[in-house]
Design a protein around this ligand. Structure first.
Ligand SMILES: *Cc1c(COP(=O)(O)O)cnc(C)c1O
Length: 472
């Protein structure tokens, strides 16, 4: 966090008000490749283009707000993950980050598998033709119907999350005459957030079954996880293929995965010693961080693959276990950087000595992350270049909440005016998928752009859509 002023002095206070910002960039027109999708560029005219298409044209054709997704970038990220992990590992895209039929087809074509965690996500995956054996079903409270549909479809794995669920899945599989492959989700006592992790977190959360017994964290002890393994191994309709662990989100530090892998391998060793079986799979979950602002510096998939592969191999060799097949579940790291949200500026309110509030035509209904997690984003004027001085700004939405903030602290050109287009990058994950109808907002479309072509993959909601549900 720094509080330096622009050489020319940013518009507004010399002493900047409370907030998280670094100095304004030397050039407000520059687009940092860490936060923008691959094909985003500023054209000679000064506007921004993606996939060869000018954003002004996209705004005209599809309206604002809109999520604009760079299909080339999405596919490239899928391939980068796939290639980095190679044929000894599986990459499951976490569908909750953003899922649509088109995305399912891209995943399928690029050789990825898919995590779903609800009946709706499962229906989307199957409808778009993802082979069931490449789907994993997650969730801490799967309904009987969801379990039945998953078993019936023949999903490749169900990740078991509670004792009740072991019984439910076993019962359903037996009734349908199936032997369902399952993993057990364990909590390893690691809590990871962005730049730090805690190796001794209490397993005080709704997900998974604790490795440790008695509430304290330790290496694979006599906890609920070991008991779950015992029960699953006794059930003929379940085939226990591995252990699953997911430690958090927006993680940059591999040390959390290292502790997690060590503890999971500890459980695998215990299972071998106690039951004489070596489980063939280990899933270390998702949570890999992305750059929301240029200060974030995430690792590349090949570095992550190497680090995780080395950790698992080392731990297994030390325990005298055959190295199991690894899987990972990146959601944000694939979808996040591929899209930006395109907004039109409506009103501007200059608060002397503080900042300028810039209101756009969306807000917390299309991006709840700032309000929910205090997430940081960057923003740029994209409909034209500007030589104006930087103006300390806060980009806010149109909802009836003072917490309706899209970008808390940003520098925008001081000549910003109603009708200008702004884009907020890195909104491909957990924005459309968490969008709401608050204030009866109509959820924006997702427009996929590739090689000079743009098409709607999720259309904009209409007032008829809203009223169709209102049957009173
Ligand atoms: C949310 C989630 C993921 C994906 O997390 P990202 O932070 O988007 O990578 C993967 N696995 C599980 C079990 C999850 O709950």
């Amino acid at each position: 966090m720094s509080r330096s002023a622009h050489p020319a002095g940013p518009r507004h206070a010399d002493v900047l008000p409370e907030g998280h910002y670094t100095a304004p960039p030397a050039d407000l027109n520059s687009l940092d490749s860490r936060v923008w999708a691959q094909t985003v560029e500023r054209t000679p005219e000064g506007a921004v283009a993606v996939g060869g298409l000018d954003v002004r044209r996209l705004a005209e054709e599809f309206g604002t707000p809109a999520y604009v997704m760079d299909e080339t970038d999405f596919r490239a990220r899928c391939r980068a993950w796939r290639d980095a992990f190679g044929s000894d590992a599986d990459v499951y895209y976490a569908g909750k980050a953003f899922l649509s039929r088109a995305v399912v087809r891209w995943l399928h074509e690029e050789g990825l598998n898919l995590d779903v965690c609800s009946g709706g996500e499962l229906a989307t995956a199957l409808d778009a033709g993802m082979p069931a054996e490449r789907i994993a079903l997650h969730g801490n409270n799967k309904s009987d119907e969801e379990i039945e549909r998953a078993v019936e479809a023949g999903v490749g794995r169900i990740v078991l999350d509670s004792f009740q669920e072991i019984a439910r899945v076993a019962h359903t599989a037996a009734r349908l005459g199936r032997r369902q492959p399952v993993q057990i989700r364990v909590t390893v006592g690691v809590e990871a957030h962005t730049h730090e992790f805690i190796a001794t977190a209490h397993e005080d959360q709704k997900f998974g079954l604790a490795l440790a017994g008695g509430g304290s964290s330790s290496e694979a002890g006599e906890g609920p996880a070991a008991e779950a393994v015992r029960r699953v191994l006794m059930l003929d309709s379940l085939e226990l293929t591995g252990i699953h662990s997911h430690i958090g989100s927006q993680i940059f530090d591999m040390a959390g995965f290292e502790v997690s892998a060590r503890r999971v391998v500890g459980l695998l060793t215990r299972i071998r010693d106690e039951h004489g079986v070596e489980l063939p799979e280990i899933d270390l979950g998702g949570g890999l961080g992305i750059a929301y602002t240029p200060e974030d510096d995430p690792r590349e998939p090949h570095e992550i693959a190497k680090a995780l592969g080395d950790i698992v191999t080392r731990e297994c060799e030390a325990a005298g276990l055959a190295v199991p097949r690894l899987s990972v579940e990146p959601g944000r790291a694939i979808a996040g950087p591929t899209a930006f949200t395109l907004y039109e500026v409506g009103t501007l309110k200059e608060l002397e000595g503080l900042r300028t509030y810039v209101s756009v035509d969306g807000g917390m209904s299309d991006n709840i992350r700032t309000a929910l997690y205090d997430a940081e984003y960057s923003v740029a004027l994209v409909s034209r270049a500007s030589a104006a001085e930087p103006m300390l700004s806060r980009v806010v939405g149109k909802h009836c909440e003072s917490g309706d903030i899209v970008v808390r602290d940003a520098f925008l050109p001081a000549d910003l005016a109603p009708g200008d287009l702004l884009a907020v990058p890195a909104t491909g994950a957990y924005c459309r998928s968490m969008a709401s109808n608050y204030n009866h907002a109509l959820r924006p479309p997702v427009v996929a752009v590739r090689d000079g072509q743009a098409r709607t993959i999720v259309r904009r909601e209409t007032e008829e859509d809203l009223l169709r549900l209102d049957v009173g």
